[in-house]
Design a protein around this ligand. Structure first.
Ligand SMILES: CC1=C(CCC(=O)O)c2cc3nc(cc4[nH]c(cc5[nH]c(cc1n2)c(C)c5CCC(=O)O)c(CCC(=O)O)c4C)C(CCC(=O)O)=C3C
Ligand SMILES: [Fe+2]
Length: 350
């Protein structure tokens, strides 16, 4: 099979103060996130002048991937499109079609399975292809890479470096929380669910092993949604309290659930969690995310080469290599089914 382009598909983020609310409305439309939470998150973006780091980080990563492709003699133009903010994936796909792209690979900026981390990117692909209509490029999404040796290796080195600065500290892995019901529905029906949290736990185990860490915890961060709906727990900040209560002197946080230092990392960890640790007199360090590591570009190009030249599928876990589907198709019927969130208002019966 031959491909004409690589589409870099990401979440998107505002790049000016007046973009914050429209961006947040795009993210949360129909998802039952209370207005108070939205106002709070808008405030987080305002601490950074209304500019999320995510688009800039993606542009830098794309530049690194373009260099790596060229270095490996692969002629594949890279396009950038987002789910929630400009450049919107619908517009990017229209441009690709106009440029004559017939078939493209898609790199989603998430390593994991689950509704938010995988299936929602399939929905983006479906939506973008429907928007372009006739002549829309055929899109093959690259697989989940949470257990790829280059991903694990980048995190393991970052964790080693972060630990080197703190003499006594508990290692804590963190990932974005999701509703418990969404985690339960993650993966193909019949496989017991929880594909998202199981993959996160496996990545944490692999990173810890490679970094020589024998004891650690796995916690969650950045929950939204109404408080009566259960999400994955414990929360990172509550966990820092618990570590303090049992006499730990410091904490090294490894954000294994993310590929770059976007807002959830630089606000929820580097500000909120770091501040709580400081209040408690605990040491705090945070491991870098892989986006800035040269191995990240190599990883992307290796995933591309699995398709272009049959490069071996390298992975460190025994979990199924999932997420690789064509034109937004699911891994399996009912895989990572979205769980409808209550909006607070009564919903008309359907
Ligand atoms: C699993 C997961 C990932 C990792 C996988 C991946 O990377 O794709 C992720 C990434 C990200 N999440 C991001 C931002 C936001 N996520 C929100 C809300 C939510 N995230 C959820 C899950 C995840 N999110 C969920 C279940 C919700 C509830 C609403 C819903 O069911 O959809 C909200 C709404 C406000 C709030 O309530 O926090 C915002 C602003 C940004 C960009 C940050 C920047 O601007 O730098 C990134 C990379
Ligand atoms: Fe999110």
């Amino acid at each position: 099979m031959s491909y004409d382009a690589l589409l870099w598909l990401s979440f998107g983020g505002p790049e000016a103060p007046d973009e914050v609310m429209p961006f947040l409305e795009n993210v949360t439309r129909g998802r039952g996130v209370p207005p108070e939470r939205l106002a709070e998150v808008a405030e987080h973006y305002r601490h950074f002048g209304g500019v999320s780091p995510i688009n800039g980080l993606n542009r830098a990563a794309i530049a690194a991937v373009e260099k790596e492709l060229a270095a490996q003699g692969i002629a594949l133009p890279v396009y950038f499109g987002n789910r929630n903010w400009h450049p919107m994936v619908e517009d990017t796909l229209a441009r690709m079609a106009a440029d004559g792209v017939r078939r493209a690979l898609v790199f989603p900026t998430s390593a994991y399975g689950g509704y938010s981390a995988c299936r929602q990117y399939d929905e983006d692909i479906l939506r973008a292809r429907a928007a372009v209509g006739e002549g829309a490029p055929e899109l093959t999404k690259l697989r989940q890479f949470f257990d790829h040796p280059l991903f694990i290796g980048a995190f393991a080195d970052a964790l080693r470096i972060a630990r080197a600065g703190l003499s006594e500290a508990r290692v804590v892995f963190t990932a974005h929380s999701v509703p418990d019901s969404a985690d339960l529905a993650a993966g193909p029906p019949g496989e017991g669910g929880r594909r998202y949290s199981r993959q996160i736990a496996e990545a944490a185990r692999l990173v810890a092993a490679e970094a020589g860490v024998t004891e650690y915890d796995l916690v969650w961060q950045s929950r939204s949604g109404p408080p009566q709906i259960p999400w994955l727990e414990p929360d990172i900040v509550d966990h820092i309290d618990a570590l303090h209560a049992r006499g730990e002197r410091g904490v090294v946080v490894c954000p294994v659930g993310f590929v770059s230092d976007h807002l959830e990392v630089v606000w929820d960890l580097d500000n909120e969690a770091a501040e709580r640790a400081a209040e408690l007199g605990m040491g705090f360090a945070r491991a870098a995310t892989p986006n800035g590591d040269p191995r990240f570009a190599e990883l992307v190009v290796e995933l591309v080469r699995e398709h272009l030249s049959g490069a071996p599928v390298r992975k460190l876990s025994t979990f199924t290599a999932a997420g690789c589907t064509v034109n937004g198709a699911l891994c399996a019927t009912g895989c990572c089914e979205p769980v409808r969130r209550p909006t607070g208002a009564a919903r008309p019966g359907r």
